[in-house]
Write a protein that binds this ligand. Sequence first.
Ligand code: SF4
Length: 352
Amino acid sequence: MVGVGRNATAAIIAAVSGMRASELMELQIGCRLPVEEFGPGLTRYRLASKLIKGQPLGGTRDEWVVIEPAYQAADLAEHLHDDPTNGALLFGRLAFSIRYQWFRNWVNGPSGQRLGLAPIPDAPMNLRALRRTLAIELDYRPGGVLATKIHLKHVAVATTEGYASRPGGAQAELLAEVNKHESERNLDLLWTEFLNYQRGTMPAGPGARDLTEFFAHIDAKLDPDDATAPKTQRNDREILSLLTKRAQILHLGVSNYCWFTDPSRALCLKRAGTPTADKPLIGMCDSARCPQATHHPCHRPVWTDHADRTKAFLGELGPTRRAEKARLQTEHDRAMRVLANIDAANATGAQA
Ligand code: SF4
């Protein structure tokens, strides 16, 4: 009975703490650290052991925050120990799979049945499987990935995600979802601008000519006279498929659209000294000068606000602040120029 009890306590501690075999074997008499009370119903139970895997020879002392049943199981294991002197190993070397089999045989056998214990399903069990099951249980709760990483003492989140059987990992999944939404949004924006172009509202800014030529190219393809076969159908879906590739290079700035076709032309990358980067540095964008930037009516409020603010600051500067005044005046002029270009493109349909 003592053996059965000890096996049961080892199984409980392993199942609810997620300890590896090496960590379970390092538990000692006296491993139960004092219970901490943080308020009503907020009690923390801890077990002291050693981390062995990936640690220097002899392991590193560490502790596991566990739920009360694991703490009670350690207490019972101490009482069932042959020689419960402080510092003695609680279980010592143990072959968990074999002990578990003995325990299951006992529960499923006449002794366990006489006590009315629920039979344990006949399936192989080992400590690694228990650890992974615990990881999945923790991982699929809100904030679970981080909680699992900390609890199982993983060095990297990727390991935790692997444990939780999330192919590609939660981060990759989230990124894929974000990218999908981003692509849909870009396509919507491009579609709107294409319709604006058809209505005569042109883009403005240094990259306006490129974009207008692209729209003109699409528009030409939609000419019914060019249809090569009677079955050719010029519908929205077809236009969207023509726009999709362009939408992939669209990046949104606060005050402009960035059509990142060529890194060597990107002003932000030149300024940052990284001319071969594969993404623009929107934070360093100078859309009034970069040949890949366009301005549209939706950007007008930002530029208006900027022009108003710089004008207000200019009015507050005293006569001695010449350098500051010159800088603000340049900014104000630039904002006014961009606004004029947006209005001109909007009003006349001409390229800015
Ligand atoms: S400067 Fe602005 S528009 Fe030009 S590439 Fe960089 S982010 Fe895009």
